[in-house]
Design a binder for this molecule. Structure first.
Ligand code: AMP
Ligand code: MG
Length: 187
């Protein structure tokens, strides 16, 4: 029987409402940006990108902490669609690449999708398993220590491109890391 090969790594990075003084508890955080790239497993090029801001409904006003961290402005989310419309667009895009595997840096993004889908009564959109690239990066180095995305780039001597903590830029940078660890052995 032919083994089904996944042609793309779907690398996703989410940004979410957050407050550092505890006024937004973890279980009330909501996605405010989906950034994602389709990384071709044969050419290691990014063949397609998806970027979408989302208007939060539980804590509609972004905190200054969140805006400073992510650089996402209140206007960006006020003008954006709400979760159901945004996730439908995202699902349409990911389903146009049937053979993909969902990847992200750590498990946070997967958990946040599960939380928002449950809150909005939308079925979890991913059909594939999930690859935790943060874990694969530590395995690549042969260490137990876990790295943030920016630290990982420094470790590899690669410059961080774009704005850190913007979903689309983080997704592109994670793709660069993944390409490196899948194609280059450590000397
Ligand atoms: P990231 O992909 O690292 O930009 O993080 C995704 C989301 O996690 C951010 O949009 C914040 O909601 C939250 N977050 C990330 N880093 C921090 C931090 N240092 N302190 C608090 N929340 C954070
Ligand atoms: Mg991010």
């Amino acid at each position: 029987m032919e083994t089904k090969i996944s042609h793309y790594y779907l690398i996703v990075d989410l940004e979410a409402t957050y407050c550092n003084n505890g006024t937004i508890p973890r279980h009330e955080m909501e996605i405010i940006e989906i950034g994602a790239v389709m990384l071709n497993r044969e050419t290691w090029e990014i063949d397609s990108e998806f970027q979408q801001f989302i208007q939060p409904v539980r804590h509609q006003q972004l905190t200054s902490f969140c805006t400073e961290l992510t650089s996402i402005r209140q206007q960006d989310v006020d003008e954006a669609p709400k979760f159901l419309e945004a996730i439908s667009r995202f699902k349409e895009w990911i389903y146009s690449f049937p053979n993909h595997i969902f990847c992200s840096w750590g498990n946070y993004d997967k958990k946040q999708f599960i939380q928002d889908c449950a809150y909005h009564n939308f079925s979890y959109p991913f059909i594939s398993e999930h690859i935790n690239i943060k874990e694969e990066f530590s395995e690549y180095l042969g260490v137990s220590k876990k790295f943030g995305m920016a630290q990982a780039l420094t470790e590899l001597g690669i410059e961080l491109k774009g704005t850190h903590h913007r979903g689309i830029d983080d997704a592109r940078n994670i793709a660069t890391i993944y390409k490196q660890i899948k194609t280059k052995k450590l000397s």
